[in-house]
Design a protein around this ligand. Structure first.
Ligand SMILES: Nc1nc2c(ncn2[C@@H]2O[C@H](COP(=O)(O)OP(=O)(O)O)[C@@H](O)[C@H]2O)c(=O)[nH]1
Ligand SMILES: [Mg+2]
Length: 383
């Protein structure tokens, strides 16, 4: 008798397959384009004076991961695929843009399409580069941007609440009224938080509420990486002094020597090594910042291995084996039977998959297994 195969529904976040998007924001002349060029090894023109036009540059970059390198060395596959993130350089946000009806439509649209925001804050001293606020003061600029994000969201929510009030005033279908009342309660809760200067990213929300709010594209809901753009000879540890300006679980503060890193990104490996030695820098800051922005997205990687391809896949932290299968292909989720899983360290210790199997560190897991960062996963499935 043939056992009946269980069919699993396909989770809805197969889009994680796609890269996560990070929008670079910041005051004019803070070094957004410079940092973008450094992160993406790009050559977008930087300007000492802001042009005022809206220009948007986009690039997809690999998330450097030593584990992928080591798996590739073990399997010598035809193809190696790293996790990726996309950076977008969005031209100038200035103080006061969040008031009076919110940010301009085009700018807001660009920013709101991202999964996280990277705020470049001017901390370099160069007197030849104008600062829109007159002087260099990273703490003030961090606060200005946070306030802009909060004001933007307050405007969006207030407008929506007005529309809900007018709809509720007109009677109508009880079911629809119930949904509107629930939405109103949620938005009022958020508005109360925003008025206390608590960003949406720090408000506790159920998964349903979070999903519902996605449509609003609230800027203060997005994870935030505050990146101090420091002088070539400054110390990265200066970031520690700014940890407490915007508190929260979904915020990180780091520092990068933007100009130096942008120059470094353009060099040949040999030249770059000499350059690093000259400035006494142990490793380029780029890898660190890319990894940090990836982590802030509340995602992590599992790996698939084989002679054809060694590959890192991006899934949300907490995703299960069947959801990981869906990230690879919807068929793998639908026909999911079991996942063979081994931790990266255990595979490295064993030296081969066969040895890991012998040692019992290669496990069989069911669909509800929560995949861990660095797991090597093979999905058994049947359609
Ligand atoms: N000295 C120094 N100059 C920088 C740094 N980052 C950017 N700049 C300069 O500041 C100006 C504005 O930089 P840009 O990246 O265009 O700023 P954006 O307006 O935020 O995109 C340019 O002249 C850059 O060369 C840095 O880390 N150090
Ligand atoms: Mg720019």
């Amino acid at each position: 008798m043939e056992a009946k195969l269980q069919r699993f529904s396909v989770p809805e976040f197969c889009w994680y397959n796609d890269f996560m998007k990070i929008g670079i924001i910041g005051l004019p002349n803070s070094g957004k384009t410079t940092v973008f060029n450094a992160l993406t090894r790009g050559e977008a023109p930087t300007e000492a004076y802001s042009s005022g036009r809206m220009e948007v540059h986009t690039a997809v970059v690999h998330v450097p991961d030593e584990r992928v390198d080591r798996l590739a060395a073990m399997y010598r596959p035809k193809k190696v695929t790293y996790a990726t993130v996309q950076y977008t350089d969005i031209a100038g946000l200035a103080r006061g843009m969040g008031e009076a009806g919110g940010l301009s439509g085009a700018l807001l649209n660009e920013i709101s399409q991202n999964d996280a925001l990277l705020h470049v804050v001017r901390a370099f001293t160069d007197p030849n580069v104008l600062h829109p606020e007159g002087d260099v003061d990273p703490a003030r600029d961090i606060q200005i941007m946070e306030t802009e994000l909060l004001l933007n969201d307050m405007t969006i929510i207030t407008n929506r609440l007005e529309r809900i009030a007018s709809r509720l005033g007109k009677g109508g279908d009880p079911k629809e009224r119930q949904a509107l009342a629930e939405e109103k309660a949620l938005l009022e809760r958020l508005l109360a938080a925003l008025e206390e200067e608590i960003p949406v990213r720090e408000v506790e929300l159920s998964p349903e509420e979070e999903k519902f709010l996605r449509g609003f594209a609230l800027l203060s809901q997005k994870p935030l990486l505050i990146l101090l753009n420091i002088d070539d000879d400054a110390d990265e540890r200066v970031a520690e002094e700014y940890q407490d300006i915007v508190k929260g679980e979904h915020v990180a503060v780091a520092a990068l020597r933007g100009k130096l890193e942008a120059e470094l990104a353009q060099m040949e490996p040999e030249e770059a090594r000499e350059f690093l030695a000259e400035f006494d820098i142990p490793e380029p800051g780029l890898s660190r910042i890319i990894r940090l922005s990836y982590k802030l997205l509340r995602v992590h990687s599992f790996f698939t291995v084989g002679e054809d391809e060694v590959r890192a896949w991006t899934i949300p932290v907490g995703a299960t084996a069947v959801e990981a299968a869906a990230a690879i292909h919807t068929d793998l989720a639908r026909g999911f039977i079991r996942a063979e899983v081994v931790r990266f360290e255990d595979l490295m210790d064993a030296g081969s998959m066969a040895e890991a199997r012998k040692r019992g560190t290669l496990r069989l897991e069911g669909k509800d297994y929560v995949v861990q960062d660095g797991d090597i996963v093979h999905i058994r499935f049947a359609l």
